[in-house]
Structure formats: C-alpha cells, structure tokens
Design a protein around this ligand. Structure first.
Ligand SMILES: *[C@@H]1O[C@H](CO)[C@@H](O)[C@H](O)[C@H]1NC(C)=O
Ligand SMILES: *[C@@H]1O[C@H](CO)[C@@H](O)[C@H](O)[C@H]1NC(C)=O
Length: 307
C-alpha cells in the first residue's frame, strides 16, 4: 500500500470514532430486577453503547446488582472491560438511591470524585460529581454532575445545580462540565414557562443538548423531556456530534409492556467527536509535510537539473 493511502485510512479511521456519554434512570434498579434474564440482557445492551453511563435510581446498598451487571458487561461485550464507581446511598428518608458510573476502563478513568456538600438540604439526592479522563488532547478531562430531582422540587434543585457547577469549576479549575440526569424538567413537574426562568437557561454558556421537544419516556401516553444533558464546556460543545434519547424498545423490538420491565425512561446520550481533535490533526499535518517528498519519490523518472 502506498504511504498516502495509509495516511488517508488514518484520517478516515480517526473521523469514525466517538465518545458516548449517557444517563439512564433505571427505575429502582435492584438485585431482584437485574436477576431477571431479559432485564439483564437489555441493560447490558443499553450500557454497552456508552463509554460512560450514569445510572440513576439504583437501589442497591451492597452494590451486588451493579457488580452483577458489570460482570455481565465484561463477559459479553468484547470492547470492554468496564468498571464502576458508585455513590453512597443518598436520600432524606429510609428510601435511598445511588448514582452509579459504569465506564470503559481502557478509554477513561476517574481522577477525582465527591458528593456535593448540600448544606441547606436543597437536594433529595445531592449530585455525586466525578472527573474523568478522556482520550483526547483537546478535552483531556471532563467533570460530570448527575442529578435525579424529586418531582416536588424541580425548580429549587435545578437552580441549586448551578451552584454545584460553580463549586465544581472552582474546585477543579475547569469549565469543562456536563450536567446530566433525570431532571424531571418537563410536563407537570416543570411547565415550559418556569423552565425558561431557570438560572441554567438564563445564564449564557449552558447548552441543553437534549431539547425540550425530546420524549424521554417509554409510555406512548406520555411525552416529556424529563431526562437532560447540559454541556457547559465550550470545548465539549465544539466536539458535540449527536445528542438524543435512545429509544431502546424500538431498537430492540420490545413491546411497551416488555420495555417497562426495564424502565419507564429512555436513556439520553451525547456523542463527542474526540478523535477528530486528538488524532486527525497529526496525520493531516504529517501528510501535508510529507506529501511533496512522497510525490517526488513516486515520479517515474528523475527530473533533469534545472539550468
Ligand atoms: C471487569 O473487568 C475489569 C478488567 O478485567 C476488572 O478490573 C473488573 O473488576 C471487572 N468487574 C467485574 C465486576 O467483574
Ligand atoms: C415483564 O414483567 C412482568 C411482570 O411485571 C412479567 O409478567 C413478564 O413476564 C415480564 N417479561 C417480559 C418478557 O416482558
């Protein structure tokens, strides 16, 4: 193969790679739930789409359900392995939930993490913030701020989420932050007018990648954009290639009743094109540098000396 062809392939290959970040309200993920074979199979296929997945509503005090899920992911997906990071149990009563990050450990790792110090008890389940490395020169790390709001206090929590953003960006000296999860940011929980008044909407710099017209609910009878992904990072916004809800019942040909055994929410996802920034520039500039000399080498006969 000619060297130019190799360079071209490098360029094409680099353009094809994307890094997918997802959030999924799993609707009370327990050991009993994942122990059901069809639930586990579907969950594995959903999580395996993502490089980082933030699971919410995980009701699993000992992490046994999550360990089972990650073990199955390791076993069944040859692009793994996966690892996980789970929060402490969070909640105001005896009912507690966890946030759990499941991530491809050969592509990304956790740098730091903490549970937001919710002094005024504004959050039912305070964000469990984590900073991940990314396989990219342009965006080497990214902070993720998950939130599952309680439907009773959506506005309060989403406005407090702006304070979490400030805390994260001060602490890690970084503006590269993604806020994501089941915000309950639609329908009866948050009418459109009040949505527009949120600090995260009126302040510049926040890009709501999952828009207000998206449907993130499984039931045909509901149409609400509860689950959201909000990008703060200007760099991440520049790399954003796709965003949307993943309609898993349609993709996996499940009926509504079957799908509801998994969750009443769709996962939401963003795809960042990291490799374009990380790798394409190098082969490109290399090609630009080398091409003239390669062309000279490929010329059939040496040119005569110029008089
Ligand atoms: C998944 O595989 C990775 C890499 O081999 C390993 O570190 C991790 O413990 C495994 N997780 C589970 C739950 O099996
Ligand atoms: C789904 O869950 C119901 C009970 O909630 C059960 O009867 C049914 O067999 C489950 N299976 C499938 C494939 O959906």
């Amino acid at each position: 193969m000619h060297p130019p062809a190799v360079l071209l392939l490098l360029l094409l290959d680099a353009g094809a790679k994307a890094f997918r970040i997802c959030a999924f309200n799993t609707q009370r993920l327990t050991l009993a739930k994942v122990a059901r074979e069809h639930v586990m199979d579907t969950l594995v296929r959903i999580v395996a789409r993502c490089d980082i997945m933030v699971l919410q509503e995980v009701v699993d005090s000992s992490d046994s359900a999550i360990r089972l899920l990650v073990r199955e992911l390791n076993r069944s997906d040859d692009s793994g392995p996966f690892n996980y990071l789970s929060s402490p149990q969070l909640g105001r009563s005896t009912y507690m939930e966890k946030y759990v990050y499941v991530y491809r450990s050969h592509k990304t790792r956790v740098l730091e993490h903490y549970v937001y110090n919710d002094k005024d008890d504004l959050f039912a389940r305070e964000p469990f913030v984590a900073q991940f490395t990314l396989p990219s020169n342009v965006l080497p790390s990214l902070a993720l701020v998950p939130l599952h709001t309680t439907p009773k206090a959506v506005e309060t929590e989403l406005n407090a989420l702006h304070d979490v953003f400030l805390d994260v960006s001060r602490r890690w000296q970084s503006q590269d932050v993604i806020l994501l999860g089941d915000f309950n940011a639609d329908c009866a929980s948050l009418p459109k007018k009040r949505l527009g008044e949120l600090v995260l909407r009126t302040q510049a710099g926040f890009h709501w990648a999952i828009g207000d017209e998206e449907d993130t609910t499984v039931r045909a009878s509901t149409r609400c954009a509860y689950d959201r992904i909000v990008l703060h990072s200007e760099r991440a916004q520049g790399l954003l290639r796709a965003a949307g809800a993943f309609c898993f019942p349609k993709s996996f040909q499940l009926s509504e009743v079957e799908a509801l055994n998994i969750s009443d929410h769709y996962p939401v996802e963003v795809e960042l094109e990291l490799s374009r920034a990380a790798h394409t520039l190098q082969p490109l500039s290399l090609a630009t540098l080398l091409l003239p000399s390669l062309l000279l080498l490929l010329l059939p006969a040496p040119l005569g000396p110029v008089a």
